[in-house]
Design a protein around this ligand. Structure first.
Ligand SMILES: N[C@@H](CCC(=O)N[C@@H](CS)C(=O)NCC(=O)O)C(=O)O
Length: 218
């Protein structure tokens, strides 16, 4: 059985939850509370699983631990090729989907991660308002680019790439969840909004949503 180390509000874990749903793969959830107990990601037990002290991590069926959401999702795609694909069949399509996914996972998300926001406030002494301004600035910078990439390409369809959900959508939807949570202005992103609305009609996206996770209730 696959086991996902997850936190309901973690957008990186949310990506993998969507991917598991799209592939139709059952898994066990192992919640890691990022705030409680000083952050359970820092516990020796979790550090033994992921020395980066970040979620998600995934234990494969043979017990191997995988980290990094993009690597995990690509593993799932390669290890379960008979399930719906998260990447297109053609090299150019794969490059485009990876670029869209990385625009979220490598450009937007790392700047706004919990530990970065904490460092801003606790070590650099920013105010709550300054922290929020930082957050919104980097989200909007990234989303401006993503909107342009999606709106200008004929490869964009009902979803980020064509008419089937892909790795790009697995990254986009959680990022938009975070953007809404932090009050980012989103009116300039009509293409992204349309794609997110299409994704949110699918059970894989609905079941992966933070509010549906068992640890959201705890
Ligand atoms: N690049 C990593 C990012 C993982 C990551 O930053 N996870 C966040 C939650 S979304 C985390 O565990 N943060 C804990 C912390 O900042 O202490 C991935 O894609 O898996």
């Amino acid at each position: 059985m696959l086991t996902l180390y997850t936190y309901f509000r973690s957008s990186a874990a949310y990506r993998v939850r969507i991917a598991l749903g799209l592939k139709g793969l059952p898994y066990a959830s192992a919640p890691v509370h990022l705030v409680r107990d000083g952050g359970q990601q820092h516990s020796p037990a979790y550090q033994a699983i992921n020395p980066q002290q970040l979620v998600p991590a995934l234990t494969t069926e043979d017990g191997t631990v995988l980290t990094q959401s993009l690597a995990i999702m690509e593993y799932l795609d390669e290890a379960y090729p008979d399930r719906p694909a998260l990447l297109p069949a053609d090299a150019l399509g794969r490059a485009r989907v990876r670029a869209l996914a990385q625009a979220v996972a490598c450009e937007i998300h790392p700047l706004n991660n919990l530990r970065v926001l904490r460092y801003l406030m606790q070590e650099l002494g920013t105010t709550e308002a300054q922290k929020t301004a930082w957050y919104q600035h980097w989200v909007c910078t990234g989303l401006d680019a993503l909107e342009a990439m999606l709106a200008s390409s004929g490869a964009t369809g009902r979803f980020s790439h064509g008419d089937r959900p892909s790795l790009a959508d697995c990254c986009l939807v959680p990022q938009m969840f975070n953007a809404r949570r932090f009050g980012c202005p989103l009116e300039n992103y009509p293409t992204i909004a349309r794609i997110v609305a299409a994704c949110e009609q699918l059970p894989a996206f609905q079941q992966a949503a933070p509010e549906q996770q068992p640890d959201a209730q705890a």
